[in-house]
Design a protein around this ligand. Structure first.
Ligand code: NI
Length: 200
């Protein structure tokens, strides 16, 4: 590697590290705000334009006024995403009537592969009301930024396809569009059920 290439590589590595750190700091920030009080994380959410798994164009207005459980991930995810979506399904079913008031939403952070058709097949594996959202890479970048989601494409030389690195939280959003709570991977379905039950 000559000097110039080395310099470019170093700049890239430092740049990636810094953006991952910023994303991490933002996520920790909303985590603190969400757990400190029942409501409100500043600068959270906002307008978006996406396409649902049936091909319908949707914006934030289609979900305003509803309780939502939102999860950002990708359909090719080998373990975490399906586990979290299965948890979301279990939670909604266990909540009964309260669960029926909540709209479950899965947003892809891998729009290149997660087409509308793939999203449609995927969401059908989980909850019957689960809405899958995809869009152009720019649209996804915008909503991910608004909801403080970190994601990055990762090339794994041992795999034939790339994978995605991403933050993993289930967000509980209230009808006024505020972040009400967020649930981490290590929280069990029972813990989430108890928490939501107390909030709704
Ligand atoms: Ni995942």
């Amino acid at each position: 590697m000559n000097k110039n290439k080395l310099r470019v590589a170093l700049i890239l590595i430092v740049g990636l590290g810094v953006s991952a750190l910023i994303a991490f700091a933002q996520i920790r920030g909303i985590e603190r705000q969400a757990t400190a009080s029942t409501v409100v994380a500043d600068n959270f959410g906002g307008p978006f334009e996406l396409t649902d798994h049936t091909g319908r164009a949707v914006t934030e207005k289609d979900f305003s006024g509803q309780w939502r459980l939102m999860y950002f991930g990708f359909t090719f995810c080998p373990a975490i995403c399906p586990t979290e979506l299965a948890k979301m399904t279990e939670v909604l079913n266990a909540l009964g009537e309260k669960g029926e008031q909540i709209t479950p939403i899965f947003i892809t952070i891998d729009p290149e592969r997660d087409t509308q058709k793939i999203m449609a097949d995927y969401v059908s594996l989980f909850h019957p009301r689960l809405i899958g959202l995809t869009g152009t890479p720019d649209q996804i970048a915008e909503i991910a930024k608004a909801y403080k989601v970190y994601y990055a494409k990762v090339d794994d030389p041992t795999l034939s396809e790339y994978t995605m690195d991403h933050s993993s939280y289930i967000y509980l959003i209230d009808p006024q569009d505020n972040l009400h709570a967020l649930y981490k991977i290590d929280q069990t379905a029972d813990e989430v059920i108890a928490d939501i039950s107390a909030r709704l």
